[in-house]
Design a binder for this molecule. Structure first.
Ligand SMILES: C[S@@+](CC[C@H](N)C(=O)[O-])C[C@H]1O[C@@H](n2cnc3c(N)ncnc32)[C@H](O)[C@@H]1O
Length: 311
């Protein structure tokens, strides 16, 4: 895997530096290292940082990032791991000090350009769809054995596709004749049951649905939110960049819940006890990319960054 042509400014770089990074931060946890774009800008701008702890499921990305970040190798601890393991990855760091956490969810543009990863309906490739380069359970295996009802559920739930039952039925029909093994075969199936005007959107959503399911994206996000929240000490911050409403809803609700006081009925008295909020939202509305950033990097168009600070 070569690198340079994939390097562009990371999404919402300025907002991350201005609001997620705070003056006394000593440890940064980057759960989605990718090609190291955010890592490079943070390491450049925060010379006092003691530890940069990062993980990614994609070993090729880790390899590129490790090279890119070699000037800071003494501070780096990079793991081939799921960010849902945040608590154990951070617990292993001695002398952690003030902490900031970043998750920049989903896939990188580099993933879309690599046909062999099967994330894109634009390219022909195997039905892989896994962030984890060592994963064995691929979309090809899933599509060969999943029931029609479960297919419909996944396309509805993770793609919000109105013609989910038709896509599911067609998949079952086609695979009875011949195994479905490539992205272009899947594309032809989705197109065959979608009005030409809606094809691009339906393809994006169908591929998104499979990706979310195969990588259990919403489940690992929920786990990471709980794990991350537990690691925060007063003054520490956590920021999450999401790219679609399903994941943004989870982040928004989880942050809002922790930013509200909790009323508990006491067993021993008639009074209710009010527990104060455990975090504050840095801003009620999410940070979004400027028109200039969107023009330079179209992927930033749908990005929403939410940040909390532990109280
Ligand atoms: C949007 S990219 C991150 C880009 C990175 N911030 C940069 O500036 O280069 C998302 C990365 O997260 C990784 N990823 C997705 N889900 C993950 C998970 N559950 N655990 C660890 N890494 C994950 C993907 O492999 C991808 O490299």
């Amino acid at each position: 895997m070569t690198d340079k042509n994939w390097f562009h400014d990371p999404v919402l770089k300025k907002e991350i530096l201005d609001f997620l990074v705070f003056p006394t931060v000593e440890t940064f946890f980057d759960g989605t290292l990718g090609l190291g774009g955010h890592a490079e800008s943070i390491l450049e701008h925060v010379p006092n940082l003691k530890h940069y702890v990062a993980c990614d499921l994609d070993e090729h990305h880790i390899e590129v990032a490790r090279k890119r970040l070699s000037p800071w190798k003494e501070k780096l601890k990079i793991h081939h791991a799921n960010f849902s393991e945040i608590a154990s990855l951070l617990e292993a760091v001695e002398d952690r000090g003030p902490l900031a956490i970043l998750l920049d969810l989903g896939l990188c543009s580099a993933h879309v350009d690599q046909a062999d990863r099967g994330f894109s309906f634009q390219e022909d490739g195997p039905l892989h769809f896994c962030f984890d380069t060592s994963a064995k359970f691929t979309a090809e295996i899933w599509i060969s054995e999943v029931s029609r009802v479960d297919l419909t559920r996944i396309f509805r739930r993770y793609g919000e596709l109105s013609n989910a039952p038709q896509i599911a039925r067609k998949i079952v029909e086609v695979r009875a004749e011949k195994p479905i093994t490539t992205t272009q075969e899947l594309r032809a199936i989705v197109e065959s049951v979608t009005h030409p005007q809606n094809r691009r959107k339906a393809l994006t959503l169908a591929f998104q649905a499979i990706r979310i399911f195969i990588n259990q994206e919403l489940e690992v996000l929920e786990k990471a939110l709980v794990g991350g929240m537990n690691m925060l000490q007063p003054g520490d911050r956590m920021g999450i960049i999401s790219y679609h409403s399903l994941e943004d809803r989870i982040v928004k609700q989880s942050f809002a819940l922790n930013a509200k006081p909790v009323t508990e009925e006491s067993e021993f008295s008639l009074h209710e006890e009010v527990q104060p909020p455990s975090v504050k939202l840095l801003r009620k509305k999410p940070f979004e990319a400027s028109a200039q950033e969107v023009a330079e990097n179209p992927r930033s168009r749908s990005a929403k960054l939410r940040i909390i600070e532990k109280l």
